[in-house]
Design a protein around this ligand. Structure first.
Ligand code: PXP
Length: 237
């Protein structure tokens, strides 16, 4: 069975709506761990739109499973990761204007920069994963820059508009997962997975971990809203 990494970025998105102290993503991480997740994922973006530097330090201290820091290869972010030393770093392409990560890294195009970041992070004792499209060319390039883990981008599968398109995207992910395994890579997958589309991805044999955020945080709002209203009513009474 694949493990589940829970991305808690959007707990921090809610906190940033008021720039206050809650909801606290580190407290959320503890709840995810009690529920059985295998790791906590958080993305320290260059614009700090949700997770901030202090959160990252606290995750490292408090997370009991594994802390997977999602990050760009910007040298200033790599510096922070090398200081904090999360268990794992997942390297992603990052654009300021994007709402979320829009695709995988182009390893061939950015070979030297990625190799340098992987070398620095590995040298600090951090396992490194590369977020890539389910594309044979990118998978072949991953070991050449020193990565032992890849995370296959499931966003195009998740965003497919027709069953035909979805089937085609699923085939690409299956093929990519087998090929990456055959090279000895640890294979993860994620992006855009939700309660309706996760099963075919979870059924791919050999996938080590699925990283899921937005759908879980959205579901938690409704899973918890009734109790939250009841608790406030008790106080009002
Ligand atoms: N994996 C990577 C590399 C991501 O960038 C993200 C989004 O932060 C996720 C997984 C989780 O995606 P989602 O929030 O759509 O579940």
């Amino acid at each position: 069975m694949a493990k589940l990494g829970v991305n808690v970025d959007h707990i921090a998105t809610l906190r940033q709506a008021r720039r206050g102290k809650f909801p606290d993503p580190v407290y959320a991480a503890g709840i995810c761990e009690r529920a059985g997740c295998g790791s906590i994922v958080a993305h320290l973006r260059e614009d700090r739109r949700h997770i901030n530097d202090n959160d990252v330090k606290r995750f490292k201290k408090e997370v009991k499973t594994r802390f997977n820091l999602e990050m760009s290869i910007a040298p200033a972010i790599v510096d922070i990761a090398c200081r904090v030393k999360p268990h794992q770093a997942t390297l992603v392409p990052e654009k300021r204007q994007e709402l979320t990560t829009e695709g995988g890294l182009d390893i061939a195009e950015n070979k030297n920069k990625i190799k340098k970041a992987v070398g620095r992070l590995s040298g600090a004792g951090i396992e490194v994963s590369l977020f890539i499209d389910p594309d044979i060319r990118q998978i072949k390039a991953a070991p050449l820059v020193g990565a032992k883990i890849v995370e296959l981008h499931t966003g195009r599968y998740a965003d497919s508009k027709t069953a035909l398109q979805k089937g085609g995207e699923l085939k690409k992910i299956v093929k990519a997962a087998y090929f990456a395994k055959s090279l000895g890579l640890t294979v993860c997958a994620g992006h855009g997975l939700d309660y309706d589309n996760v099963r075919p991805i979870a059924a791919i044999s050999g996938i080590y971990e699925l990283n899921i955020g937005y759908s879980i945080i959205c579901r938690s709002v409704f899973a918890g809203l009734e109790a939250a209203v009841r608790q406030m009513l008790e106080l009002v009474k």
